[in-house]
Design a protein around this ligand. Structure first.
Ligand SMILES: Cc1ncc(COP(=O)(O)O)c(C=O)c1O
Length: 292
């Protein structure tokens, strides 16, 4: 991956309906989102020149904004068009696309009523979040001991809100510094929730289990994998998973736009094989995104 900082690259960025040279896409230091975290975003991927589940991502962005009382002045259809125009303008076939909507600097203070929303889209080449080798061997994960996913009435957990990622950033940074690939996060009740930016699945006796997304992101990849697995005849159960339930799993894997489908090889001292169901679902996902 290039080490160029993200504000010093070439290309085009879409900002509020306009295509701007990458380095000119700027915002003011008094932007509300910088002070109070009022921003929502999406991460998506295009494969072979087609953005995967673009409509679903645009709709989720609008839903996330609504939860924060932010009004995005574009429809899902317009957002999809803008993403596609930007992808073409940057001449990208396989890329990651980041959309962000954030409250402007219209006024200072916590009453956000009436503050306008800015929206930007950027795209760049970004291979899978975890290297091919890591995904093949299985990720090395540690359970986060301190930070938890918050209760739905203590944070807007149904929104893909930037503010929620403060804790995810702490957890991921600490895990990688300690030599792990990522952290497993528990929720406020001590139940298994997700990794710092991916959902989690467990396989036991050919049945697939995944936690109920009641206080963390219901990933679009997660929903895709549930559909694929059911189509293949697997039983999938969304259920409460306790950390100790993972100890006897046959296979564990993570799903997300950035991570795609990544096998987990180890959680704390427990080792897992990269099993046949993980491989089968990964292959189906790769075929779906590349040839849809
Ligand atoms: C915290 C978190 N959980 C799960 C996911 C997976 O979501 P998706 O499959 O929609 O990319 C992401 C990625 O966006 C995430 O940031």
């Amino acid at each position: 991956m290039s080490l160029l900082p993200f504000d010093d690259r070439d290309g085009w960025i879409w900002l509020n309906g306009e295509m701007l040279p990458w380095k000119e896409a700027k915002t003011h230091v008094l932007t509300n989102a910088l002070h109070y975290g009022n921003a929502v975003f999406e991460g998506e991927r295009a494969y072979n020149g087609k953005i995967f589940k673009s409509k679903e991502h645009s709709e989720r962005l609008i839903r996330s904004a609504k939860i924060l009382n932010m009004k995005i002045p574009f429809s899902a259809k317009q957002i999809c068009q803008a993403k596609e125009e930007l992808r073409l303008k940057n001449n990208l076939k396989n890329c990651y696309i980041r959309t962000l909507a954030f409250l402007r600097a219209d006024k200072m203070g916590l009453d956000s009523d009436g503050i306008r929303t800015d929206m930007m889209i950027a795209a760049w080449e970004w291979p899978s979040y975890f290297s091919e080798e890591k995904r093949e061997k299985g990720l090395n994960i540690r359970t986060e001991k301190y930070w938890r996913k918050p209760a739905p009435n203590t944070a807007p957990t149904a929104s893909k809100a930037a503010g929620l990622y403060m804790v995810n950033t702490l957890v991921k940074t600490a895990a990688t510094k300690a030599g792990f690939d990522d952290a497993l996060m528990l929720d406020y009740k001590g139940q298994v929730a997700e990794l710092s930016s991916a959902n989690i699945f467990m396989v036991k006796n050919n049945k697939i289990y995944t936690p109920i997304p009641d206080c963390f992101l219901n990933g679009i990849t997660r929903l895709t994998i549930i559909d694929i697995a059911k189509e293949k005849g697997y039983e999938v159960e969304e259920t409460i998973i306790l950390p100790e339930d993972l100890h006897n799993a046959d296979e564990i894997f993570a799903t997300g736009t950035a991570a795609e489908i990544a096998a987990i090889g180890k959680i704390d001292e427990h080792k897992y094989q990269v099993g046949s169901i993980t491989r089968e679902l990964r292959e189906s996902y790769e075929n779906l995104v590349r040839y849809n």
